[in-house]
Design a protein around this ligand. Structure first.
Ligand SMILES: [Zn+2]
Length: 324
């Protein structure tokens, strides 16, 4: 049997068919339309059907189900409550795709929750862990006793908006101040890099030299990680602060759910070596001893975590699990 997977992200959408171990067999990606959700969903459904047709298989006969990620909060009925980037509200995602594909084997989930389900089934595994994305923004999910924790309003695991700085808080995209996302996301790292360039002439010269040698060098989190690896002290400081704030947020999470592992995903997780010492130091300071004994590592799902996670959602349907 095969697993259908659709990942509707903030900027990019992926459709794929995976085997029952979550290996991607066929995949295509295209931009997420910002306008009417119905227009984008129709394009997505058509692309998915093309993907299935390439493999000469049938949606109803050969797929155990279709997992669909959306970039926002989802309730247990598969209704997208709100997607901030697109400004989509109360979208009946499950109903739309069930009608389009003429199947009831549709499972809809928030994209970060889906990564956590993917990690449990196809990745590093475990039954008690936190999953934190460090990308343009920060997201999170909690798996406890092998169950995804959804919460009363389906918004459990919002690590990005835990408050980590009170003395000199930065403004967050949510409108509040001092959130993890405002201090430890890819966007926050880029902003701090730009701010440092305004007052630090040595850094400015280093960056100009870099840009002369390599025209692809960018003033962003990845560019800063290159400087940090060369020993640039300003770059190292920014990554150390990023790790410290992450450690603070993780300490809240581990004290609450006492996980075995914290998986980190998203682009900044590729720089884990630059932030891990500060994460551990802050965790030692802020978490209680028993809860602080936690393994912190990169996701085992790699770059395609979200689409593999979407395919793993199929396993949340118990009747399908029994038939595999
Ligand atoms: Zn916030």
């Amino acid at each position: 049997m095969f697993l259908g997977a659709i990942d509707i992200g903030g900027t990019k959408t992926i459709v794929a068919v995976c085997d029952e171990k979550g290996n991607i067999i066929e995949m295509e990606n295209f931009p997420t339309e910002n306008g009417d959700w119905m227009v984008h969903f129709r394009i997505t459904a058509e692309k998915f059907i093309q993907c299935v047709n390439k493999l000469q298989i049938d949606i109803n006969e050969d797929l155990s189900g279709i997992g669909i990620n959306v970039p926002g909060m989802v309730d247990e009925n598969g209704i997208l409550i709100y997607a901030p980037h697109q400004n989509w509200r109360d979208v009946h995602v499950k109903d739309y795709f069930s009608n389009y594909f003429k199947t009831d084997k549709i499972i809809v989930e928030n994209d970060v929750n889906s990564c956590a389900v993917g990690e449990m089934i196809f990745g590093g595994g475990g039954h008690d862990f936190l999953w934190i994305t460090i990308s343009t923004g920060n997201g999170g999910a909690i798996i406890a006793n092998g169950q995804l924790i959804r919460g009363n309003q389906s918004c459990a695991g919002e690590f990005g908006h835990l408050k980590v700085e009170f003395e000199s808080p930065r403004k967050c995209s949510c409108g509040q101040y001092g959130c993890l996302e405002a201090h430890s996301s890819g966007t926050a790292i880029k902003e701090q890099f730009e701010e440092a360039l305004l007052y630090d002439l040595n850094l400015k010269e280093t960056v100009l030299n870099k840009q002369i040698k390599d025209e692809k060098f960018k003033i962003d989190a990845y560019g800063l990680s290159l400087l940090a690896r060369e020993g640039n002290s300003v770059a190292i400081d920014i990554f150390t602060r990023t790790g410290m704030y992450l450690g603070r947020a993780i300490s809240y999470g581990v004290n609450i759910s006492n996980p075995q592992t914290v998986y980190l995903g998203g682009g900044i997780a590729e720089s884990l070596d630059l932030i891990l010492p500060a994460i551990i130091m802050e965790l030692d300071k802020c978490a209680i001893e028993e809860c602080g004994k936690v393994t912190i590592c990169k996701t085992k799902l790699g770059y395609n975590a979200a689409i593999i996670g979407a395919s793993a959602l199929v396993y949340l349907q118990k009747d399908i699990l029994a038939n595999l």
